[in-house]
Design a protein around this ligand. Structure first.
Ligand code: ADP
Ligand code: F6P
Length: 460
C-alpha cells in the first residue's frame, strides 16, 4: 500500500491536542492511517539564511514528523506576509485588510522551493502526497519541476472568493496556474467550486471539460468539494472524560440562574467578533429580560499577532467588551466574559455542553469546525442551539442550525432571542438532524473521499 505524505505549514503531534482546524483534522486523519507529516517546525531562526532551514525528523506514534525551521526573513515574508497578509484576507473577501507588499512573493516562492527540496529527499516513488492550505499552493509545481511523478492532491481549508476578488491577488494567474500541477484539488464547499470554475472560465484560457474537470497548461485537473468534518466519536468520548465533566459541573454551578452564550475561536477578523459583541449589546437592549440573566463567554485565542490587522482587532475587542460591561454590568453580574487564551481541548466539550446557545458567526469561513464540535458535545435530551453564520462553509451542510447574517446585528439579536426561547422539542429535533449530518460527513469520510478520488486518477 502507498504511504500517505501530508504537507502543511502548521503541523502538530497528532497524539496531542491542537488548536486550528487544519492541525486538528489532519492530525486525526493521519493518526488513523500512519504516514509522514511534513511542515514548518514552528521555530524561527533570527539570523538564518533565507531559503535554508534545518530538517528535523521525529516519530510520533505511527506518524513520522519531518519539520523545517524558517529564517526570520522567510517567516516574515512567506508566513506573515504573503500567506497571512495577502492570501488570507483576500480569500476571506477582506481586500481592505490586505497588505500588497511586492516583496512578500519572493519569500513565498523561496519557502515553497525549500520545502520541495527537503521533502523530495524523503519521498518514495509510490507515495501519495496530500498538500494542505494556502501557504503551499505552488508546492506541487516545485516538486514536478524537480521530476517528482507521484500523485499529488491539494486541499484548501479556506474559501475561494469570487473571480474579481481573487484577481486582486498579485500574481493570481501564476498562483492558479501552479494549482494545475496537482491531480486533484479539494475545496470546502460547492460555492468554492463554483467560484473556482468561474475564475478559470473568465481569467484563463482553460477548457472546462465538465463540472469538476478543467484542462489547461497541458494538464487536466479535477476540482471537487470535500467538506471537512470532525471525529464525532473522539469528541463525544472527550466529553465523557473527567476534565470535560468537571468543566461542565463548574459552569452549571456558576451559571445556575443564568443562560450561557458561547463563542470559541482564534482571534481572527474573519470570525466576526466585533459584530458579535455589537449583536450581544443589541440583544440586551432589545430584550431587557436578558440583562442580569444572560452571559456571553467569548474565548478568543491569540493568533498571528505580528500582523497589524490582528493587533488592531485585539484593541477593538477589548474596548467593546469594556464598554458593554461598563454600560450593562452590575456588581454581581458581568455580561461579557472575554478570555484571550486557549482552552485545553479536553475541557472544551464541557464548556460547549454548558452553553444554551453557541454563536458561530464568522463573516466568512472555509468550514468552521467549532460549529460541528458544539453539536457533538450536546446532551441530546437537553441540547443547546447553534446560531450559525450563513457565510461559514458549514452552513451548506447544517441547515437545521439557526442561520444568520452576522452583519445584520438587529436580525441576529432577534435570532439569538429565538434560540434562547426555543422549546425543548424543537431543540431536540434540530440537534438530532445536525448530529446525523456531522456523523455522516465526519473527518474519516472527508479523508476517505479525498484519497479515494485521488487514487482513482490515473498516475501522471
Ligand atoms: P480555524 O481553522 O480558522 O482556526 P475552525 O473552527 O475550523 O477554525 O477550527 C478551529 C479548531 O481549533 C477547533 O478544533 C477548535 O476546537 C480549536 N480552537 C479554536 N479556538 C480555540 C481556543 N480558544 N481554545 C481551544 N481550542 C480552540
Ligand atoms: O484552518 C485554517 C488555518 O489557516 C490553517 O491553515 C491554520 O493552520 C489554522 O487556520 C491556524 O492558523 P495558523 O497556522 O496561522 O496559526
Amino acid at each position: 500500500m502507498s504511504r500517505l505524505v501530508v504537507v502543511s505549514n502548521r503541523i502538530a503531534d497528532p497524539r496531542k491536542p491542537a488548536s486550528g482546524g487544519l492541525a486538528v483534522a489532519v492530525g486525526q486523519a493521519l493518526e488513523a492511517s500512519g504516514g509522514l507529516w511534513f511542515g514548518w517546525s514552528g521555530k524561527i531562526v533570527e539570523n538564518g539564511t533565507p531559503g535554508e532551514g534545518d530538517l528535523h525528523l521525529q516519530q510520533a506514534g505511527n506518524v513520522q514528523l519531518a519539520t523545517v525551521d524558517l529564517s526570520r526573513e522567510d517567516h516574515d515574508s512567506y508566513y506573515l506576509g504573503y500567506s497571512n497578509g495577502v492570501l488570507w484576507p483576500v480569500f476571506h473577501y477582506r481586500l481592505d485588510l490586505a497588505d500588497f507588499d511586492a516583496g512578500y512573493i519572493g519569500g513565498y516562492r523561496r519557502v515553497n522551493q525549500m520545502f520541495a527540496h527537503k521533502l523530495a529527499s524523503l519521498l518514495k516513488p509510490d507515495d501519495i502526497i496530500w498538500v494542505h492550505d494556502y501557504h503551499l499552493i505552488p508546492l506541487a509545481a516545485e516538486l514536478r519541476a524537480m521530476g517528482c511523478k507521484q500523485r499529488m492532491g491539494f486541499f484548501l481549508h479556506i474559501p475561494v472568493p469570487p473571480p474579481l476578488i481573487l484577481a486582486a491577488v498579485p500574481a493570481h494567474d501564476w498562483l492558479i496556474r501552479s494549482l494545475f500541477a496537482y491531480d486533484l484539488v479539494g475545496l470546502q464547499s460547492n460555492t468554492d467550486v463554483s467560484h473556482f470554475s468561474r475564475y478559470v472560465g473568465t481569467e484563463t484560457s482553460a477548457d472546462i471539460l465538465g463540472e469538476h474537470e478543467f484542462r489547461a497548461y497541458g494538464k487536466t485537473l479535477q476540482v471537487q468539494a470535500f467538506p471537512i468534518g470532525i471525529d464525532v466519536d473522539e469528541f463525544t468520548a472527550l466529553g465523557e472524560g473527567k476534565d470535560a465533566q468537571d468543566m461542565y459541573a463548574q459552569m452549571r454551578r456558576e451559571y445556575s440562574r443564568r443562560r450561557l452564550l458561547l463563542g470559541v475561536e482564534r482571534m481572527d477578523y474573519s470570525k466576526g467578533l466585533p459584530q458579535r459583541l455589537k449583536t450581544f449589546r443589541q440583544l440586551l437592549q432589545s430584550y431587557p429580560e436578558n440583562v442580569g440573566s444572560a452571559t456571553l463567554i467569548q474565548i478568543a485565542s491569540p493568533s498571528r499577532e505580528s500582523v497589524d490587522a490582528y493587533a488592531a482587532l485585539k484593541q477593538e475587542l477589548e474596548s467593546l467588551c469594556g464598554s458593554i460591561n461598563g454600560d450593562f454590568g452590575e456588581l454581581d453580574w458581568m455580561p461579557v466574559r472575554y478570555i484571550h487564551r486557549n482552552v485545553a481541548r479536553k475541557r472544551l466539550p464541557g464548556l460547549y455542553r454548558a452553553a444554551s446557545v453557541a454563536l458561530v458567526t464568522p463573516l466568512r469561513d472555509g468550514m468552521n469546525l467549532v460549529a460541528k464540535e458544539f453539536v457533538a458535545a450536546q446532551d441530546p435530551e437537553d441540547p443547546g442551539v447553534l446560531v450559525l453564520s450563513r457565510f461559514a462553509g458549514a452552513a451548506e451542510q447544517l441547515p437545521e442550525a439557526l442561520l444568520v447574517n452576522p452583519y445584520d446585528t438587529l436580525r441576529t439579536a432577534e435570532t439569538i432571542q429565538r434560540a434562547l426561547q426555543m422549546p425543548l422539542d424543537e431543540r431536540q429535533r434540530r440537534h438530532q438532524a445536525l448530529l446525523a449530518r456531522i456523523r455522516e460527513h465526519d473527518v474519516y469520510w472527508w479523508r476517505h473521499q479525498f484519497l479515494a478520488a485521488l487514487a482513482a486518477i490515473p498516475a501522471p
